[in-house]
Each structure stands twice: as C-alpha cells, then as structure tokens.
Design a protein around this ligand. Sequence first.
Ligand code: NAD
Length: 329
Amino acid sequence: MNRILISGGAGFIGANLVKLLLEWEPEWKIVVADALTYAGDKKRLEEISDNPRFSFYQVDITQKEKMREIWEREKPQGVIHLAAESHVDRSIKDPSPFILTNVLGTEVLLELSLEFGVSRFLHVSTDEVYGELKDKEGKFTEEHPLAPSSPYSASKAGGELLVKAYERTFNLPIVIVRPSNNYGPWQYPEKLIPVVIWQALHHQPVPVYGRGENWREWLYVEDCAQGIYTAFLKGREGEIYNLGSGEERQNLDTVKTILSLLGEKEDLIQFVPDRPGHDFRYSLDSQKAERELNWRAKTKFAEGIKKTVDWYIKNIKWVEEKIKEINSL
Ligand code: NAD
C-alpha cells in the first residue's frame, strides 16, 4: 500500500501527520483532500508543497462526485480521515456544519472506500465521544459506552458509529483512534493553549472558563501523529485505540504554566462564564495502544509546552493573521 488519501491534511493534526509520513515512508504518495475552511491552511504544508510524492486537492468531502474524481485519478489504497469541524464552542453556536462534515462527510469517504476498495480506513475520532468523567477518579477504556455532551462530540460519535457499521455490514477494513486533547505548533488560535499564549504575549486578559477546574489530558501533536501512523500500519482490523499521554492537568494549571513561561503575572487570568455542558474531565486508558501497537506518547507536558510557546513566539505573524480573521468575523 503506498497511495494514501488524507482528509483534513491542511489542519493542525493532519499537516503534522502529512509531513511525518512523507519523511518516514519514502515509497508513499500522500494525497490531501481538504476544503480549506477557516481552520485549514496550506501554509502548514508549505515546506513539502513541491515534493513530487505529495498532491493537494481543495475539496469539500461532502461533495461525493468531486471526491469520486479524486479517487479515480489518485486510486488511493488507504484512507486516513481527519477532516472535521473541530471546535466545541462553534458547535454550540451552530451545529449544522458539524453534522454535515463529521457525519455526512464521513459517510461519503466510507462509500467511496467501499466502491473502489481500500486496504485500510483509519478514522480519527476523539476522547470526547465518551462524555465526561465526573470526578478525578477513573479512566475511559475503549469499551466505555459513548455519551457525547456537545454537538461536536455527538457528531464525532455519529461519524465513528458509521465507520463501525461499515465494518460490520460491509467488511470495510477499518481502524479507529480516539486521541485526547492535542497541543503543539500550528494549532488554530481559538483553542485554549494558543489563545493563552497570544493573550499573554500581548499582556491581555486570559479568559478561563468557570474556575478553570476542568481536567484535560494533553497530547503533543507529533506524538498523536505517530499514534495515528502506527494504528494505520499495525492496528487490528475493526479495533478502536485510545491515544492519550497520561499528562493530565487542570485548565487553570495549564494557564499558569504558560504565564510563568512567558514571565507574566497570574492576575491576567480572567474567569468567564462556563461553557454550556462543559465536560469536567477526560482521561484515557491507553494500555491497548501500548500493548498492541507499541505506541506511547513520548513528550512530557513540561517539554511540549515549552516547544509550543517557542513556536508561537517565532511564528507570531501567522497567529496574528488568524487573530485578524477571527476578529473580522
Ligand atoms: P482542524 O480544525 O485543525 O483541522 C480540520 C481540517 O479539516 C481543516 O484543514 C479543514 O479545512 C478540514 N475540513 C473541515 N471541513 C471539511 C470538509 N467538509 N471537507 C474537507 N475538509 C474539511 O482539526 P484538528 O485539530 O487537526 O483535528 C483533526 C481531527 O482530529 C478531527 O477529526 C478532530 O475531531 C480530531 N481530534 C482532534 C483533537 C485536538 O485536540 N485537536 C483531539 C482528538 C481528536
């Protein structure tokens, strides 16, 4: 298998993955299909744009006929599906694009994979499909029932259930991964960590939901990309793998760490009304991925957050462009 279609390859995790695959798999051709929504950006792929083993299609995955043309031309043998509407707050304001891309778009890719045949369909889901843990104890294993809280996580659960149904009903060779919260270079500055960095760099108030007590498990994006790659290669057909780091932190603690790295005082923290339906805690049991894929997140939070802050300082112009876009909406 050496022609791989990657949906959402111009996004935060997708672009990190595309660059890793081109480096690690010299025989592979990588075909990216990405609509370049507000969250997609070809700048993330600039350094590999003239690689002859890379091609890019600006296309909406819900457009089946356009996707079929790409399939006919590129004949992918494997699919890694990341394209999604990904921001919980946006899903609360308007769930429709989430249902379209995350459910219908997934179905289009499944249908074409079935029609043309692929040896593997790797679906990138999320830990948010489990819903929340109500206290500090316990972890989600892959057997835990799905109980999504937000329109975002509900749409991701819907997409994922379709993927499972295509395996059960049509024997499509699928594997699913459920990563925890990612952070690292190139994340769109609407998510917690880049927002905090940007605000702190400008000595501006840093908004924190509620009292900042919610727990998240932070996975460095390169570790996530490696986990996706490993599950694609070695995952057992039909199986689901949690991809977590074990690096759990309360949001307030994460914010304080960033402020301290930037030499800013904690009085920049501004508590704002909590997100409706805000999940208290996610925590993954990732032993199955360790056991079966020999995958483990390598990056400690202390190291990853330093690299991330440094990257945003060096790439402040890109962030500024994105902030201008956000403010002009
Ligand atoms: P992102 O928002 O940065 O990127 C999504 C990409 O998908 C963008 O490039 C966008 O242009 C593209 N896209 C959106 N709608 C499309 C459509 N209709 N057709 C084609 N392309 C479309 O997201 P991300 O953070 O890179 O997340 C990638 C995947 O990983 C998503 O499926 C997300 O649910 C999942 N995930 C993300 C995290 C995280 O913390 N970022 C954690 C767990 C799982």
